[in-house]
Design a binder for this molecule. Structure first.
Ligand SMILES: Cc1ncc(COP(=O)(O)O)c(C=O)c1O
Length: 435
């Protein structure tokens, strides 16, 4: 089968995500046959550098031999078993290792990020109900937050394009000022701005804590908001405020967990522990759908009861899938054996220095946190996002700008020559832009 044949059939049979399908009348789909390392290949051998880690999931490259081997080995043992009433070695091992890494002792599994968010929201609400606070039913999130597309997750998301159409289906939630430092006043430091935002959070929670179950936040980087980065002091203050007013803190580390911000989990940089942590994406190295919501002993105990309805009766068929857990275990092994976080420090600094050395480019707010680097492009081209995406693809570079924000979020296995090539292509693309 050739590229063209596959594209035609895909457009006929597959409804692609996050896509106005009519746009493919002019914007071609990209057929991919195989992947290796940071590269994706079509059927004619044309290759693309996956600078977005296939929607922020891939950590150690496509076709990684160690993750593949782990999945194959597990496949010969057990592919999947119902997790209600049954258990298996990979899910137990993974839970034990995640508990050590996060300090949160109880793991509830699902398959996608949005499902992990649903679980955290429901558990938080149910905890308060079980402990005699049935009025705590509401949630707070940040302006420009993104927590997924299912109805509960979308209710705490603040992206008009994804949310407004479904407004009649959603529960109301409150949004407080985002600490994203691009929104700071002129001359205001990132830290001062973060503290100002935390003061606003406190004012809101002081007034509404009786009805509030939880505050949900993307720690350090609001990725879908265009890589909005902020000072860790905000998280520290948020933790204190939530403690003071008895509101849960939900850390959505779905995009930023597993080393993306430089530490294994972003919360570590603020020295805080949330009441719930949601993980997905990089958890399986980008191999298989897996997500988990971790929580504390205190919350777990509030469900442990003779009354069945006090329990958390949520479920998904593929909960704790054995193949996905084996991929996750192999991913954790790579972190441990290869000193990944240490090596990423060098890669992140290398990329940062290269970008900062470029002058005369029509960009602003060049910023980075760990293995994420982003900047805004100054242009009045209304179609910048689509045009830049297409022009980069023609050069064999997969970038997906968010509005005018261009970002790099490559797999951690990217080499220095590959980083050089990625920056060179981007520089040449930017040089063609007239502000
Ligand atoms: C911070 C955050 N939360 C939740 C999600 C939703 O995850 P999923 O797409 O796996 O449902 C995403 C996806 O990009 C995300 O970035």
């Amino acid at each position: 089968m050739g590229n063209q044949d596959l594209l035609a059939r895909s457009l006929q049979a597959v409804w692609h995500p996050c896509t106005q399908m009519k746009s493919h009348e002019t914007l071609p789909l990209v057929p991919i046959q195989r992947g290796e390392g940071v590269w994706l290949y079509d059927m004619d051998g044309k290759r693309y550098l996956d600078a977005v880690s296939s929607w922020w999931v891939n950590l150690f490259g496509h076709s990684n031999p160690r993750i593949k081997a782990a999945i194959k080995e597990q496949l010969d043992q057990l592919e999947h078993v119902i997790l209600a009433g049954f258990t298996h070695e990979p899910v137990v091992q993974l839970s034990e290792r995640l508990s050590v890494l996060t300090g949160l002792g109880h793991c509830f599994y699902a398959s996608d990020g949005a499902s992990a968010i649903e679980i955290a929201l429901k558990m938080s609400f149910h905890y308060w109900r079980n402990t005699g606070h049935p009025d705590k039913t509401r949630f707070i999130s940040l302006q420009n937050s993104y927590h997924g597309e299912t109805l509960g997750a979308l209710s705490v998301t603040d992206v008009a394009l994804f949310k407004d159409t479904y407004a009649p289906l959603l529960r109301q939630s409150a949004q407080v000022r985002s600490p994203d430092w691009r929104l700071a006043e002129r001359g205001e430091s990132a830290e001062d701005y973060a503290r100002r935002c935390a003061n606003e959070l406190e004012a809101y929670i002081a007034e509404h804590h009786h009805e509030t179950a939880a505050f949900i936040v993307e720690p350090l980087v609001q990725c879908a908001a265009g890589m909005g980065m902020y000072h860790a002091i905000y998280l520290k203050c948020a933790r204190e405020i939530c403690d003071q007013y008895q509101v849960h803190l939900i850390a959505d580390e779905i995009a930023v967990g597993f080393g993306r911000t430089g530490t294994m989990f972003a919360c570590e940089q603020a020295g805080i522990s949330p009441d719930f942590m949601c993980l997905s994406k990089g958890i399986s190295g980008g191999y298989l759908p897996l997500s988990v919501t971790l929580t504390t002993e205190k919350i777990y105990q509030a469900f442990y009861h003779d009354d069945v309805s006090h329990g958390f009766l949520h479920s998904h068929s593929y909960t704790g899938n054995a193949l996905a857990c084996s991929a996750a275990l192999a991913t954790l092994d790579i972190f441990e054996q290869d000193q990944v976080l240490q090596k990423n420090l060098g890669k992140a600094a290398y990329l940062n220095n290269k970008m900062r050395a470029l002058t005369d480019l029509p960009i602003q707010h060049l910023r980075s946190t760990g293995m994420i680097l982003a900047f805004e492009v100054e242009t009045d081209n209304m179609h910048f996002q689509k045009d830049f995406y297409q022009a980069a693809l023609q050069r064999g570079l997969l970038l997906r700008p968010i509005g005018n924000t261009v970002y790099f979020m490559p797999p951690y296995v990217i080499s220095e020559p590959e980083l050089d090539w990625m920056v060179e292509q981007t520089q040449q693309l930017l040089a063609k832009i007239t502000p």
